[in-house]
Structure formats: C-alpha cells, structure tokens
Ligand binder design. Structure first.
Ligand code: NAD
Length: 256
C-alpha cells in the first residue's frame, strides 16, 4: 500500500534526536525522501542510516538554525539532492537547561539566556520558514510546513518563561504564515507536544517526574513516535484543509 507521503521531499530540522528523528523515520516509512538537518551532523547521519536500513532514502545536512547562511544551505542542499521541497518539519529546539540553570524565575534569568533561547526556538523557526516558503513559492506547487511548538506555546509554565515566550512566538508565526500563504497552497501548522520522553526531558523527568505525571491525565509521558505519526499526517495531502492549527498532543495536560 502506498504511504501517505509517497513521492514527497521532506526537510526535517533537529532530525538527529528525539521527536525529529522519529518523524524523519516515519516520513520515510510513508514514502518521502528526507533531508535530515541538525547541528549534530554525526547524529543526523545515524538517522539517515536508520532510514536507509529500512529501505528509505535520506541525506544528512549539518547546520545551525540560528545561522541564516546555514539555513539557506539546508534548503539548497535538499533541493540539490532531491529537486524540490514539498514538506518541512521545523523542529530543532533546546530546553531551558541548555542556556542556564533550571528553575529560574524571570528576575533571575540573564539577558543572554533569554536571547539564546529565542535565537534557537523562535528565530530558528522564522529563518527556516523564510527559506522553505521562498523555495516552495518558486516551485509553484504548494507545500506543507509543520513547526514544533509545545504546550508551552499555549499555556504558561513557571521557571521557563524564555521557553514559553519562544513557543508562544512559534504559534503566532505559524498562524501568520498560514494566512500569508494559504492562497499559494502552502499549509503551515504547528504541533504542540506535552511531555515526551527524549534526551531533552531526561534530567527534568529524573528530578520532577512524579510532579509532572500527576498533571498528565493519562499519567504517562508520550513517546516521539506519537508526535511523528501526527506530523507525517499533517504534512500529507490527507490534511488538505488544515492550516494555521496548533495541534495539541499531550495526554490531556492542557485539557486539565
Ligand atoms: P532533542 O534534544 O532530542 O532533539 C533536539 C534536536 O535539535 C537535537 O538533535 C539538537 O542537536 C537539535 N538542535 C538544537 N539546537 C539546534 C540548532 N541551533 N540548529 C540545529 N539543530 C539544533 O529534543 P526533542 O525533545 O526531540 O525536541 C524537539 C522539539 O520538540 C524541540 O523544539 C522542543 O522544544 C520540542 N518539544 C519537546 C517536548 C518534549 O517533551 N521532549 C515537548 C514539547 C516540545
């Protein structure tokens, strides 16, 4: 049976680990050829090896989404390898721990930490959108883009204000882009995961796992594949009337 992404070319950022890796693998399983971009290039190559081992086709691209020149190269190399871009998953991101000590309230947060967070989790998404949309417009055949936001893009979380601000920004960018490019056949949505078991959440779960699970009606963490399946669907033609949506997948966290 043909996959839901048969014949599509996909670009996945943050594809070396966690949610991005799982999504690259699912997209390939569903028939897409996949460019796996990440600043951790060796780990992106490992994702490519997984895809190849399953009979799919992929390439690894090293690059940092905070650098405009790197993002331009991610798009250009995808097009050089596969001829165009039909779908993109703008997913590269960092947690609060990557920019400073965990548990800081706003008055304790440094300007540098705030700027570094926004550079990856918001400006990185803007840069990817900018170059992907330009490419899709030049192709004239539409496209589908999914940005990774978070439940932190819809609700506040204490001691993560910079992360929350960036993710709310991703939801806003997604909605504006959806409106701007609807007439061009380019759909732009975001996915809003709750707590998912990945390297990013490992330490937080070790420290506060019980406290977090007490707030999740399903009383468990999600796994990356549970986000990946939805993203692949959102990128497919099955989601043809879906644009500007913030798709929550959180075991009921926001509902509660
Ligand atoms: P992860 O740490 O497993 O993967 C993130 C990937 O992004 C890594 O491979 C990393 O190298 C890459 N990356 C980071 N900064 C980059 C940069 N500047 N340029 C290029 N690549 C970069 O984390 P994950 O949990 O899979 O997170 C993926 C996305 O999902 C992030 O945007 C994160 O904020 C979001 N998210 C995660 C959860 C969760 O519970 N894990 C919940 C909500 C949202």
């Amino acid at each position: 049976m043909a996959g839901i992404l048969e014949g599509k070319v996909a670009l996945v950022t943050g594809g070396a680990s966690g949610i991005g890796q799982a999504t690259a693998v699912v997209m390939a399983r569903e028939g897409a050829v996949v460019a796996v971009a990440d600043r951790a290039e060796a780990d992106a190559a490992a994702t490519v090896a997984l895809i190849n081992a399953a009979g799919g086709q992929a390439i690894a691209i090293g690059g940092d989404v905070t650098r405009e020149a790197d993002v331009a190269v991610m798009v250009a190399r995808t097009v050089a390898a596969f001829g165009r871009i039909d779908c993109a998953f703008n997913n590269a991101g960092i947690a609060p721990r990557a920019v400073g000590p965990a548990g800081q309230r706003i008055h304790e947060l440094s300007r540098d930490a705030f700027d570094s967070m926004l550079a990856v989790n918001l400006t990185g998404v803007f840069l990817c959108l900018k170059y992907e949309v330009a490419q899709m417009l030049s192709q004239g055949r539409g496209g589908a883009i999914v940005n990774t936001a978070s439940i932190a893009g819809l609700i506040g979380l204490a001691t993560s204000s910079h992360y929350v601000a960036a993710k709310h920004g991703v939801v806003g960018l997604t909605r504006s882009a959806a409106i701007e490019y609807a007439q061009d056949g380019i759909r732009v949505n975001c996915v809003n995961p709750g707590y998912i078991t990945t390297p990013m959440t490992k330490e937080t779960v070790e420290e506060r796992g019980d406290e977090i699970l007490a707030k999740v009606p399903m009383r468990r963490m999600g796994v990356p594949g549970e986000i990946a399946e939805a993203v692949a669907w959102m990128c497919s033609d099955k989601a043809s009337f879906m644009t500007g949506a913030a798709h929550v997948i959180d075991g009921g966290y926001c509902a509660a």
